[in-house]
Design a protein around this ligand. Structure first.
Ligand code: CO8
Length: 259
């Protein structure tokens, strides 16, 4: 598929998805969502990509769903656009490799929801976060009412969603919405450094850690630890587990082969 609103590159094991609709502050319309769906399905199957970095071109990460497009939709079409976006967020959340959001600017509404579907969020000190949907007479519709309380707790999520207040990167860090804040000019370098650290580990271990954490968060503790035991066993029977432990005993770096 040819992309008009995103740029996709692969370099040294990292897949870069750059939102590229800067005139509309990278707002998500149905065409952008279709492109994101296509690129993340391709990334999931692409052995050249081990970690993904998502960022935005210009001064915005993603300023939300496209309000101009939404304003013309009837109820059924609005529901379709919500479901389309929810499925894209679920795809990003569940692909079998880590996704780092490098949040360069506005992450509002659907933009914050996309960042929350990523595994890890690193923010530029210029980034701004918020769920401003109630200003428009709607609520978050790309999973925000569900992922935000899971990340920052019920009270803080309600405060942000009810008030539509925009918060800066430091506040997003304080409440646990983002994991790091860095100077704007260091954003991509820091995301790449983290990606390289992850890439130096056993790929199956990273994959299974993601599955165990994601599945566990959707269930009770007892079921969660059962998921963990199954995911753990998948790592334990791998060649990379034998290599990792052998390398430790032999006091040398491990050479993982993704087997
Ligand atoms: N949709 C469409 N266009 C947008 C959006 C958006 N979300 N955000 C910005 N733009 C456009 C502006 O219209 C403007 O276009 P133009 O130059 O043609 O007039 C351009 O981007 C630049 O924006 P501004 O001039 O407004 O720039 P400012 O620096 O003054 O302000 C803000 C930046 C604060 C980010 C401001 O643009 C803003 O408030 N944007 C809207 C943010 C918002 O409300 N986002 C939430 C949208 S709702 C949502 O995401 C729901 C998700 C679930 C949807 C379910 C589907 C039905």
């Amino acid at each position: 598929m040819e992309y008009k609103n995103i740029i996709f590159d692969v370099k040294d094991g990292i897949g870069y998805v750059t939102m590229n609709r800067p005139k509309a502050l990278n707002a998500l319309n149905t065409e952008v969502l279709t492109e994101l769906d296509d690129v993340f399905r391709a990334i999931d199957k692409n052995d050249d990509v081990q970690v993904v970095i998502v960022t935005g071109e210009g001064r915005s990460f993603i300023a939300g769903a496209d309000i101009a497009q939404m304003s013309d939709l009837n109820g059924t079409e609005g529901r379709d656009m919500t479901i389309q976006g929810q499925l894209v967020m679920e795809l990003i959340e569940t692909i079998n490799k880590p996704v780092i959001a490098a949040v360069n600017g506005f992450a509002l509404g659907g933009g914050n929801e996309l960042a929350m579907a990523c595994d890890i969020r690193i923010a530029s000190e210029k980034a701004k976060f918020g769920q401003p949907e109630v200003n428009l007479g709607i609520i978050p519709g790309y999973g925000g009412t569900q992922r935000l309380p899971r990340l920052v707790g019920k009270g803080m999520a309600k405060k942000l969603i009810y008030s539509a207040e925009m918060i800066d990167a430091q506040e997003a860090y304080r409440i646990g919405l983002v994991q790091e804040v860095v100077p704007a000019e260091e954003l991509i370098a820091r995301a790449e450094e983290l990606a390289k650290t992850i890439m130096s580990k056993a790929p199956i271990a990273i994959k299974m850690a993601k599955v165990a954490i994601n599945n566990g968060l959707q269930t009770d503790l007892k079921t969660g630890v059962q998921f963990e035991a199954e995911a753990y066993t998948s790592t334990f029977v791998s060649e990379d587990r034998v290599e990792g432990m052998k390398a430790f005993v032999e006091k040398r770096p491990a050479e993982f082969k993704n087997k």
